[in-house]
Design a protein around this ligand. Sequence first.
Ligand code: HEC
Ligand code: HEC
Length: 232
Amino acid sequence: MSLGLRLTLAVAVAWGTIALAAPNVVAAPFEGVVIKGKPYVYDPDNAKDVMRICAGCHGDLGAGGGGGAYPRLGGLNAEYLVEQFKKFKTRERENIPMIPFAVDREMSEADVLDVSRFLSEVKLDTKPPADLPKDGYARLQIMKKVLQIPREAGDLEAGKAFFVADCAPCHGRKGEGRVKKPPLAGQHIAYLKTQVASFLSGKRPHEDLDILKAKSEADWINLWAYLSRLLD
Ligand code: HEC
Ligand code: HEC
């Protein structure tokens, strides 16, 4: 290869790397936040301590559970988690099971930021590995990272049409969510159903309530069927 060509290639490779790297530079969550006059610094050990409180209901890595009564928190956007937590504190969003844990005495502002950043960085698997170890404890450790959403029955094409037209513009094309618009893919369906019931009854606010109100029972069945398969 001529020197000229080699140089051109080297430049092209370097360019490619820069071009690829640039959009991935994302500031760490809560950079620049000041608490009581002091800059907030992430404390991962404290995050894990706080997580022990949450684990009782949401699972060690926030995979959720209890048949979908407890939502998945692992991998959710950090700012969304903090915002919802604040809403529980101020009772703007009702959450009776969490009240005792959400009060200031239990959770400082730094605790909330720490645990939210920790959770936002969790990557849950959607399928157990093919070669699960025989040892019960080792199996349990692996399964804590696995998010399982049972499939619901319904008309998938109709569910998809509903989702794409009315929900995807905010919740993402694949239901992956966007900053403070939470993911619908990979969330427990039983939990999502409770939330929709809360929106419809006015207990929890949702933008564009009219879209939700316009849907029939059959529409909802089809939507759940579609959403329950989005991570397959
Ligand atoms: C006693 C059980 C319990 C404990 C402990 C608990 N939660 Fe929850 N949490 C719930 C329930 C139940 C809901 C769903 C409430 C609803 O249906 O709106 C919830 C919902 C949430 C949500 C809203 C999720 C979403 O998608 O909007 C966040 C955020 C959250 N919890 C964070 C935490 C954190 C952080 C901790 C630990 C500090 C914690 N929770 C401890 C029961 C619990
Ligand atoms: C205009 C934007 C917008 C549209 C369109 C929209 N949503 Fe949402 N949705 C939001 C926002 C924002 C939230 C978070 C609300 C909050 O902060 O409490 C949300 C929350 C939710 C939640 C609660 C999730 C959780 O983790 O607690 C469900 C369920 C939901 N939306 C369902 C739907 C469905 C179904 C559709 C389509 C019919 C839809 N949304 C369309 C903006 C939107």
